[in-house]
Design a protein around this ligand. Structure first.
Ligand code: FE
Length: 234
């Protein structure tokens, strides 16, 4: 079976949040879809190992913030590659609480919806939470970020806990080989590839900047790892 075909399924990029008492957590997710219209019901696949999974299971409530195209890779990296067991992901973030008291991300989002879990389905590594939408707001008319945009434009990668993760280097994109004197470097923590031809727009690095010329305090735009954590790509 060629699992690469599964990469052709279209998704968005979302921050799914929940709470346990007055503790909050959230994570990046791509497997979010509306499954009924009246009343509106959504389905969300969440890895059983994630803290957000534990919170949703316990509280039975969730919110989904829909990321805009301008969301920096660092925001997705914070919610997608770090665990809420190790840091408070909301520190320094602009957020507010929805009707169900789940946090809603206010920056780089086009809107959000929140609801309560009405059904759970054990899907293996993930649980599919189905929930009735109780509140929602369309904040602006910015373009929502698609999963394809995240990968192609933002150079984003997929964590092991994502439902769409593929073993080995399936993430590596087929890119032009010739005509390049500047080497690409790969983050050994998250798999992000620094491509000198693209630079790092979020980090203020213009296209055409070789890896060697990056400032010493430059960090991986996805996971925040340091320059020393990068290895040359072959
Ligand atoms: Fe990284």
């Amino acid at each position: 079976m060629d699992t690469k075909v599964l990469r052709k399924i279209s998704y968005g990029v979302y921050i799914v949040t929940s709470r346990e008492g007055d503790r909050f957590n959230g994570q990046a997710a791509n497997a979010v879809m509306q499954v009924c219209s009246s009343p509106p019901v959504v389905a969300i696949a969440i890895n059983k190992e994630n803290l957000t999974h534990a919170f949703i299971k316990k509280s039975g409530v969730f919110a989904v913030s829909i990321l805009a195209q301008d969301a920096p890779a660092s925001l997705i990296g914070k919610f997608g590659f770090k665990s809420g067991r190790e840091l408070n992901k909301f520190e320094g973030m602009s957020y507010r609480l929805g009707v169900n008291s789940c946090p809603i991300i206010e920056e780089h989002t086009v809107g959000y919806f929140g609801g309560k879990v009405t059904k759970e389905l054990d899907a293996g590594t993930h649980t599919i939470f189905m929930g009735e939408v109780q509140e929602g707001e369309l904040r602006n008319d910015a373009e929502p970020m698609t999963y394809a945009y995240y990968h192609v434009v933002k150079g984003g990668t997929t964590p092991k806990t994502a439902p769409t993760y593929i073993e080995k280097d399936a993430e590596t994109k087929p890119e032009q080989k010739e005509g390049k004197s500047m080497k690409k470097y790969k983050c050994s923590v998250c798999g992000y590839i620094y491509d000198p031809a693209k630079g790092d727009a979020d980090g203020g690095i213009p296209p055409g900047t070789p890896f060697e010329k990056l400032p010493d305090d430059w960090t991986c735009p996805v996971c925040g790892a340091s320059k020393a954590d990068f290895e040359p790509e072959n």
